[in-house]
Structure formats: structure tokens, C-alpha cells
Design a protein around this ligand. Structure first.
Ligand code: PLP
Length: 451
């Protein structure tokens, strides 16, 4: 392929996240120029349905003027101020209040960061600080799950349970441990019921806690439904059982709602769907529809009261970012929440989500399809080399990557996670648009199957 000047400049000057540089130089990047509703357009004018909402994150679509106006108004009034050392500003106050209130009494305070990774780093430090304040200096380990995704900073990448985030980086850090991924289709034993599978998963968690020593384990972190690890929906009783084990050993529960927050599963928070009563919640992405970078850590009273009651040596939580609670990003988040509320996007995710789930499940008989999974407006179709044995494709000739690539030709942006194809469209999507996604996907799948 001959590359355009812009593509050539990109290849020359930019190092991209999660991108194989050799392949990048060969195929050349797609230059995305503008957005409208659920669609984005490249510099050739080609339209794509953004069936991943960017990075699981653009709730209100790609041209919401109200967010542009909110940013503009705040830029004119107070483009920057910080929230350190007894200073604050109205947008950060209002957003903190709105987020806490949205948890209906479960959470007490909000702490702002710029990204989900930084938020999870902040969580780790809060958990450590909390136990130091309680004099429990050995209770520092944090348990996450294989295939969980919690970010890429040194500490949050250590929580992430995916090999590419560890390989070459000397990670994970030794205080971060991993337990099993609750993926029944892949990890369930022959003849094992989903209920028994959930019990086995939590028995394994308890065994890990006992091996490490309960007095050394501080927290458990998980996404209500795993996103980047392949859209893994846990068995219904899984979270009840996990929480019971954590409570038994005085281990804090952290719900990483970076993807599941703000309606993705058809409930305002994913925690509502699984009755998760977390001590700490992490929010980002759809908080601003990703128009600007923002994340929040919410603390319940149990954690907050310990962190804020200190007045001596640990009196000041020595942590925070220049842009923590940035007035423009928090102002945009407030307007984004207004839109989610006024347009009933949580309800829309629930109803269009049902259409997505049932339309994808109709593909279960397709010769390439092993499992269809998901809930609300997040789903994945796992492709297999052999349906009966569930044998995956040779990872070197990834069929997921082939589907991902070819889908572009049909104006569809999805995500290939090994051989699982993920869907996570903007919450403003209509039923007809959901059906359009599935039709384009089937066309793609049939073509890949033929070749
Ligand atoms: N946690 C979850 C569940 C995520 O999905 C992500 C990003 O995909 C992160 C944390 C990290 O967020 P960021 O990419 O903003 O650092």
C-alpha cells in the first residue's frame, strides 16, 4: 500500500499505545477525522459505526454540542484551578456530590484523577494508607484476577491480569496477586454447574488468601463484568460469594467500574446489577464520554473515615495530581451526567442491550462461533476452530484480528481480543443501529469463514 503524507508523518513521529510498530508501518494507520452520533469518519470520508464507543467510553455519541458548550463556558470562566491545600472550585464540588449521591448512600467521598490507571494507583495507595493508619502494616497485598484490566501504570498494570501488560516490564509487583477468571465457558469443568463453578472460583480465592496469610491481604479488586479481558460475565452468584469471603477476612472490596459505570450494563452502576457493596469504586471513561480525561475514586465511610480522621503523622493524604478535579473536565462530566439522565440513556442501554444480546445469540449456530456472551450494551462473540471441543484458533493466525481488520471494509469498528470480538456501542444507539451492527458483523464473519 502507498501511504499518504499524513500516514507517513504518523509513522515517523508517533509511537502508539498497544500497536505493533512493524505492522503499523506496513498497513498504515487509519486517520479518523470527525464524529457524528454513533459514527466516525476517516480522512477519505468513509463512515464507520463505532461499535466500541471508542475505547468503551463515548456514551453520548461523537458530536454532543452540549459537552462542547460546557467546556467552552468553563474555559472562559476559570480554565484551570487546582484542588490542593484548602482550595476548591464549583465544578469539582458539584461532580463529587453528584457521584456520591448516585451511589444512594453507599459512598461518602470522591477523589479525582486523570485516568483509570491513575485512579487504580490511587486506590492502591489509599488501601495501604488505610491499613497503615490502622497500624496493620503487613496487610498490603491486593488480589486481582487473571484477565482483569485495571490500567498500565507500574502499580495498576500489576493488578491487570494480562500477559502483554507484564511481559517485558518486570511486572507484576510482588504485592499484587491474581486469582482465577470467572469465565464458565473456558474455565468450567465438564459437568460442573455454573453455581458450582462460582463456588469453586471463590474457594480458590479463599485458598489464595489463606496461602498468603489473611493478615497480609488488604483488598480484592474486580470489574463487575470484565471488559478488556474479553467481556467476561460472571455467574450470577459469583459476586455474593466473593464478597462473603472478603468480609470474612476483613479484605476491602474494590469495584473497578471504569467500563461498567454510567449505564453500560443497563443499570447506572454495574455494582447494582450484581449487588456489589464495594468499599471503593473506580469510575472513568463514560464519566465525560471521554471528551476529556477524568477518573474518580469513591470511598465509603469505613475507608474515608480512617483516611480523614488522622491529624498526626498521617494527617495529610500526600497524593494528588495537578489536574485532580480539573474545572473543565468536571464541568463536562456534570453536563454528560445531565444528558445521560435527561435522555434516559441507562434505560436505553437496557432496552437496546436486549436487542444486541438476542441478535448476537442468534449467531450461536454459525460454524465459527463458540460462545456469545454479554449483558446490557456490552458483548463478545468468541470464535473457535472447533465448536464441540471449543478448541481456539492458532494464536499466530489470529482469526479475531482478521475479523477486526475486515470489519472496517464494511464500515464497522469492533475489537478483537484474541479470538473474541467485542461490542460496546455508544449508549445513544437505536434498535435499528444495533441491528445494523449485527448485520455488518455477520457479513464480515461469513467472508472470513469462506477464506
Ligand atoms: N480499569 C478498567 C476496568 C479499564 O477498562 C481501564 C481502561 O480500559 C482502566 C482501568 C484504565 O483506564 P485508563 O486507560 O484511563 O488508564
Amino acid at each position: 500500500t502507498t501511504l499518504s503524507t499524513a500516514q507517513h508523518r504518523d509513522i515517523t513521529y508517533q509511537l502508539h499505545p498497544y500497536t505493533n510498530a512493524v505492522k503499523h508501518r506496513q498497513i498504515g494507520p487509519r486517520i479518523i477525522e470527525r464524529g457524528e452520533g454513533i459514527y466516525v469518519y476517516d480522512d477519505q470520508g468513509k463512515q464507520y459505526i463505532e461499535a466500541m464507543a471508542g475505547l468503551w467510553s463515548v456514551a453520548v455519541g461523537f458530536n454532543e454540542e452540549r459537552l462542547v458548550d460546557a467546556a467552552h463556558r468553563q474555559m472562559q470562566k476559570l480554565p484551570f484551578y487546582h484542588t490542593f491545600t484548602h482550595k476548591t472550585h464549583t465544578p469539582s464540588i458539584e461532580l463529587a456530590e453528584r457521584l456520591v449521591q448516585a451511589t444512594q448512600g453507599q459512598m461518602s467521598t470522591a477523589f479525582f484523577t486523570n485516568s483509570g490507571s491513575e485512579a487504580n494507583d490511587t486506590v492502591i495507595k489509599m488501601v495501604w494508607y488505610y491499613n497503615n493508619a490502622l497500624g496493620r502494616h503487613d496487610k498490603k497485598k491486593i488480589i486481582a484476577r487473571n484477565r482483569g484490566y485495571h490500567g498500565v501504570t507500574v502499580a495498576s498494570a500489576s493488578l491487570t491480569g494480562l500477559t502483554p501488560n507484564h511481559r517485558g516490564f518486570d511486572l507484576p509487583l510482588p504485592t499484587m496477586k491474581h486469582t482465577l477468571c470467572p469465565h464458565y465457558y473456558r474455565e468450567g469443568l465438564p459437568g460442573e454447574s455454573e453455581e458450582d463453578f462460582a463456588t469453586r472460583m471463590t474457594n480458590e480465592l479463599e485458598a489464595l488468601i489463606l496461602r498468603e496469610g489473611p493478615d497480609t491481604v488488604a483488598a480484592f479488586i474486580g470489574e463487575p463484568v470484565m471488559g478488556a479481558g474479553g467481556v467476561i460475565v460472571p455467574p450470577n452468584t459469583y459476586w455474593d460469594k466473593v464478597q462473603a469471603v472478603c468480609r470474612k477476612y476483613d479484605i476491602l472490596v474494590v469495584a473497578d467500574e471504569v467500563i461498567t459505570g454510567f449505564g453500560r450494563l443497563g443499570t447506572f452502576f454495574g455494582s447494582e446489577k450484581y449487588n456489589i457493596k464495594a468499599d471503593i469504586m473506580v469510575l472513568s471513561k463514560q464519566i465525560t464520554s471521554s471528551y476529556l480525561p477524568l477518573a474518580a475514586v469513591l470511598l465509603n465511610d469505613k475507608v474515608n473515615s480512617v483516611i480523614t480522621r488522622q491529624s498526626g503523622e498521617l494527617g495529610t493524604f500526600g497524593h494528588g495530581y495537578t489536574a485532580s478535579g480539573h474545572p473543565v473536565t468536571t464541568a463536562v462530566a456534570i453536563e454528560n451526567l445531565n444528558i445521560i439522565q435527561e435522555k434516559g440513556l441507562v434505560q436505553n442501554a437496557a432496552s437496546t442491550g436486549q436487542v444486541l444480546q438476542s441478535a448476537l445469540r442468534e449467531l450461536s449456530d454459525h460454524p465459527l462461533v463458540g460462545e456469545v456472551r454479554g449483558t446490557g450494551l456490552i458483548a463478545a462473540v468468541e470464535l473457535v476452530a472447533d465448536k464441540d471441543s471449543r478448541r481456539p484458533f492458532d494464536p499466530l493466525g489470529s482469526v479475531g484480528a482478521a475479523v477486526y481488520e475486515r470489519a472496517h471494509e464494511h464500515g464497522l469498528i469492533v475489537r478483537g481480543i484474541q479470538d473474541s470480538i467485542a461490542f460496546c456501542p455508544p449508549l445513544i444507539i437505536t434498535e435499528a443501529q444495533v441491528r445494523d451492527i449485527v448485520e455488518r458483523f455477520v457479513t464480515t464473519l461469513d467472508e472470513v469463514h469462506k477464506t
